[in-house]
Design a protein around this ligand. Structure first.
Ligand code: OOB
Length: 551
C-alpha cells in the first residue's frame, strides 16, 4: 500500500514590518541539549513547523473540505482558519499574547479547535485541562502554570461551566476568563488578527497534563518542532489521508486524541474530525454510520462496550478502517474480537503525554497486533529496559522502561526536584512502566512501578486523592490504591482510618459527597470503594504496603 505524502508548510509568515522573533524564554523548562536538537534537525525530524503553519498547509491544500464536525456545526478548513483569526483578535484585545499560559477547559466541540488554534496564533500556550476537571483541578492548574487566561463554555450536556469561570475570576484577578456560548459564533465578532507568525518552531507550544504520581499536578512542555514530528509520523504510520474521517471519542485534550495521530494528525493530512459528545456505543456507532467514519481512538473499556453493544447489529459501520486502542492495557481476548466483530483492523497505541508513542504497524502479523503494544515511532527513540539497579536486562525479560528521543521531554515544567527522580542523569524519562521488549523492538506492557492508578485509561495520582480526603476532620489517615477490575482494568479504593474508630462516621457516601461538593474534584478521581480499617498493612521497613492493599 502506498504511504501517503504529507505536504508541509514551514515558510514563516511575516507582515514585512515586524522584527524577526527571538526564542521564547520560559522559566522552568528543560531544553533539549544543543547537540541532540542539532541532530534531530539534521535528520529531518524537526522541520521548523509551528501549529499555525500546520493549519495553513491544510487550508491551502484543502480549503473546502470539512475539517471539524459536531452536532451543531461543521467547519471547512477555510472557515476554521477565518474563525481562528477572529478569535485570535478577541484574545489579543484582552491583552493575551506570546508566552501567556491559558487554561483550556472545554468539551469536544468545534469551538475547542477554534480556540486552541487561536491561542497558537497569538503565541499563547494552551494548558490542556480535561472537561471532566472541576474547581479543585482548575485552581491547581492556574497556580502551577501562573495562568493569564481561562477559557471554558457556558454549558455542555448537563454540566454548567459558567460558575467555575466566576470563581476563577474572583480567585485569580490576573486571569482573563472567557465563557463561550457553544454553537453561537457571535461571542467573538470583531476584526480578524492579521495572519503573522507569533511563535517559533523551537518554542514551547503548550502545556500538556501528566497522569501524575504526586500531590501536585505536573505540566509537560512540548515544543512545536518535537510534537509535530510525532504527529506527522503518527499520521504516516496509521495510513491516514485527506479522505480519512476520525471520530473523537475520548476527551480531545488528551494526548492520545490530540496527536496519536488524533486531531492534529487529521489536520496534517487534511482529514476530518467528528466530535462525539459522549463515548457511548449508541452515540458513537450512529455517528460512524452518519459520517462514514474511518478511524477512532479508543481506550479498552470503550472498545469493549462497543463490542458488547446491541447497537452494533443495527448500524452500518462498514466505513470503519481501523481502531486505535491505547491508554491502558488491552486484554488479548478483546484484541482478537476487533477484526471479526467490527470488520476493521486494530492498531495498539502505547503512549504517554511526556513523549514516546509506540504503535503496532498495519500489516503486522495477528500475534503482534493482539499481544504487543507496538514499537516506537522513531528510529531515534532510545528505549532502555532496566532492572531495579538500573542495569539493562536482556530482551524477553521484564524491566523498567526508560526513554529519550526527538519528542520526549527532558523535564516537567518548573519541577526541578521531581525531575531529579523522573529523569536519569543522562536525560532518559523513567516512565514507571514495566515492559518486556522482543528482539524486534516491540514492547509489551506487563506492569507499573509508579504510584498511579489507571482507571480505564484515566490516570489518578493516589497522593492527590489522599490529600483531599485528609482534609476531612474525621479522618485520621488514608491510603488510596488501585484494585483490579474486569471492566476498567483498575478501580480506585481508599483505605480509611477514622479519627474515632467507634463512631461509624464518616461513611462512604459522606466521603463521596465531601469530595464532590466541598473539595470539588473531578468525578473520575472519586474512589469507587471505601474500606474502613484500624491500621494499614506495612512492609518490613515500616512503609505502607500498597501492593498488598491492592491485591
Ligand atoms: C496515554 O498518555 P498518558 O500520559 O495519559 O498516560 C501514559 C501512561 C503510560 O505510561 C502507561 O502507564 C499507560 O498510560 N498506557 C498504557 C498504554 N497506553 C498508555 N498501558 C498499557 N497499554 C497501553 N497501550 O495514555 C497515551 C498517550 C498517547 C497515546 C496513547 C496513550
Amino acid at each position: 500500500m502506498a504511504i501517503p505524502r504529507i505536504s508541509v508548510h514551514t515558510k514563516p509568515v511575516h507582515d514585512g514590518t515586524s522584527p524577526p522573533l527571538s526564542p521564547l524564554r520560559l522559566d522552568g523548562v528543560v531544553d533539549y541539549p544543543a547537540e541532540f536538537a542539532a541532530q534531530y534537525r539534521e535528520k529531518g525530524y524537526w522541520i521548523g513547523q509551528t501549529h499555525s503553519a500546520l493549519l495553513d498547509s491544510a487550508v491551502s491544500a484543502h480549503p473546502d473540505r470539512p475539517a471539524v464536525v459536531d452536532p451543531r456545526r461543521t467547519v471547512t478548513y477555510a472557515e476554521l482558519s477565518e474563525r481562528v483569526q477572529v478569535i485570535a483578535g478577541a484574545f489579543a484585545a484582552e491583552g493575551l499574547g506570546r508566552g501567556d499560559r491559558v487554561i483550556v477547559h472545554m468539551p469536544n466541540t468545534v469551538e475547542y479547535v477554534e480556540v486552541v488554534f487561536a491561542l497558537f496564533e497569538i503565541g499563547a500556550l494552551p494548558v490542556f485541562a480535561l472537561a471532566a476537571h472541576r474547581s479543585a483541578e482548575i485552581h491547581q492548574f492556574c497556580t502551577a502554570a501562573t495562568a493569564r487566561g481561562y477559557v471554558t463554555v457556558d454549558k455542555f450536556g448537563l454540566t454548567s461551566y459558567g460558575d467555575l469561570a466566576t470563581e476563577i475570576d474572583t480567585d485569580f484577578p490576573e486571569v482573563s476568563t472567557f465563557v463561550i456560548p457553544v454553537g453561537d459564533e457571535s461571542w467573538a465578532a470583531g476584526r480578524p488578527l492579521p495572519r503573522v507568525d507569533r511563535s517559533l518552531p523551537s518554542d514551547v507550544a503548550f502545556l500538556q497534563l501528566s497522569g501524575g504520581t504526586t500531590g501536585t499536578p505536573k505540566l509537560i512542555p512540548r515544543t512545536h518542532d518535537d510534537y509535530l514530528y510525532s504527529v506527522r509520523e503518527s499520521a504516516r504510520i496509521c495510513h491516514i489521508d485527506s479522505s480519512s474521517v476520525m471520530l473523537a471519542v475520548l476527551p480531545i485534550s488528551h494526548n492520545f486524541t490530540m496527536s496519536s495521530p488524533g486531531l492534529l494528525g487529521m489536520i496534517a493530512v487534511g482529514g476530518c474530525v467528528v466530535m462525539a459528545p459522549d463515548p457511548s456505543p449508541d452515540t458513537c456507532l450512529r455517528l460512524i454510520e452518519e459520517h462514514a467514519v474511518t478511524h477512532a481512538a479508543l481506550v479498552p473499556p470503550v472498545l469493549i462496550a462497543w463490542l458488547n453493544s446491541s447497537a452494533l447489529a443495527d448500524r452500518d459501520i462498514s466505513s470503519l478502517e481501523s481502531v486505535w486502542v491505547g491508554g491502558a492495557k488491552l486484554p488479548e481476548e478483546a484484541a482478537r474480537r476487533v477484526a471479526p466483530e467490527l470488520g476493521c483492523t486494530l492498531t495498539q497505541v502505547f503512549g504517554m503525554a511526556e513523549g514516546l508513542v509506540n504503535y503496532t504497524r498495519i500489516g503486522d502479523d495477528d500475534a503482534t497486533i493482539t499481544t504487543t503494544q507496538g514499537r516506537p515511532i522513531s528510529p531515534d527513540d532510545e528505549v532502555r529496559v532496566v532492572d531495579d539497579a538500573g542495569v539493562p536486562v536482556a530482551d524477553g525479560l521484564a524491566g523498567h522502561l526508560q526513554t529519550r528521543g526527538p519528542y520526549t521531554i527532558r523535564g516537567y515544567y518548573r519541577a526541578p526536584e521531581h525531575n531529579r527522580k523522573a529523569f536519569t542523569a543522562d536525560g532518559f524519562y523513567a516512565t514507571g512502566d514495566i515492559v518486556v521488549r522482543d528482539p524486534r523492538g516491540y514492547l509489551t506492557v506487563v506492569g507499573r512501578s509508579k504510584d498511579q492508578i489507571n482507571r480505564g485509561g484515566e490516570k489518578i495520582a493516589p497522593a492527590m486523592v489522599e490529600n483531599h480526603l485528609l482534609a476531612h476532620h474525621e479522618i485520621h489517615d488514608v491510603s488510596v490504591v488501585g484494585i483490579p477490575d474486569d471492566a476498567l482494568g483498575e478501580r480506585i479504593c481508599a483505605y480509611v482510618i477514622r479519627r474515632d474508630p467507634e463512631s461509624g462516621t464518616p461513611t462512604a457516601s459522606q466521603l463521596r459527597a465531601f469530595l464532590r461538593t466541598e473539595r470539588q474534584v473531578a468525578a473520575y478521581t472519586i474512589p469507587d470503594r471505601f474500606e474502613f480499617v484500624t491500621e494499614f498493612p506495612t512492609t518490613s521497613v515500616g512503609k505502607i504496603d500498597k501492593k498488598s492493599q491492592g491485591s
